[in-house]
Design a protein around this ligand. Sequence first.
Ligand code: 0X9
Ligand code: ZN
Length: 433
Amino acid sequence: MMKFSETIKKIVIVWLVILIVASPLLAQYSGENDIISIQKIPDVIKALRGMNLDILFQEKEKIYIVAGIQDLIKLQEAGIAYSLETHRFAGQSAQSPAAQGGINGDYHSYLELEQDLFLLESSFPQLAKVQTIGTSHEQRQLYALEISARVHQEENEAKIILLGCHHAREWISVEVPYLIGKHLLENYASDQEIRSLLNQSEIWIIPLVNPDGLVYSIYTYRYWRKNRRNNGDGTYGVDPNRNYGYKWGCDDIGSSPDSFSSVYRGPAPFSEPETQAVRDFVTGKNFQVLVTYHNYSQIILYPWGYTEEPSPLDDPMHDMAAHMAARMEEVNGTPYEFGRAGDSLYLTNGDTTDWILGVFGVPSFTIELPPVDILSGGFYNSEQDIIPIFQENLPAVLYLIDWAIEEHSLTAPHPPPVKPEPLRNKSREVIKK
Ligand code: 0X9
Ligand code: ZN
């Protein structure tokens, strides 16, 4: 019979062997994916369809993909050859951002944003209010900043909502809505146009929908996209922009039922605390219009995303996007394309804008911020570009606030008719004349 101490020794050795063998796989599962390239040949393109891979960009002859271990296994099983490209793109992260504000430079971390939102509230107490609208998987607060003249009074005003950072690696999408809010507050007193807009509207800004993902992207793995749900099978993350409840998972084109996928749609519509918070916040607020910021591509997209067919609001949203693009280009000469999401980019289901239009009938836009492609930086924008990108996006928002005010005035119930005053002698005299 084996002695008790020998048994323990054997168990420990077996566990050590398991840990050593499994650790590279575990590292992969935690999200440390690679960039790979695949030759663009018709049979391969056909085979890639329906695999729901995280496609970064395409060149004439190659497709570049962010791939985790499960994706690599899938490709191997399908007999598709790939090359590792991670090192080729590592140089871009070295160029940006500089170290002055921590490893994320001038970009906001979760804590920096939290601090700056409360700073805006305390600097502009009559105009700004911060509200917690929910909590993420890892218990971070999800914040909404309300901006309006007489912010503490309940008023029946036009409402517009700006969202940022559904996708962790899209850092510029935090900055643009935050800086728009800051600009509106800092210029209310001096800028007649902004004063007039804020006197008649409420602007709601949720600059960081996916704080856990952002933290992971800053400190662990720059290309992380999803949130940080522990899927319980060794994989992490749900794509928040596949988790909204309209046409959720209607097919597997652009969203995936597989937990390892970077476009995993989650176990159920609105399964995620982050999307639940947006849903519960938006429901019942009667917004006139929504913008959600992403990057990259320099394009303004509107629903539908789940089909190539036009939505009932296709014409007005096309006109609005055209207006926005024209105003944006005037600022720095940056061209933004525009078009129907499912038609112009690719099909997806469960995204924010389809849900807003599908459930509330409200026009909604995805703005894919710069750069235009991966060769111009992809998910990286240099710190010097943060302000110009905000500046070129500002006139689009001013236009939308104005549009929302007009729309609200047409749809809001009119105030009760003023009771005519009894005619006084003087008036009678006038009538007599
Ligand atoms: O895929 C997305 O969620 C968005 N692009 S990103 O590169 N930022 O991830 C685009 C969503 C727009 N909707 C559709 N294309 N349906
Ligand atoms: Zn995105």
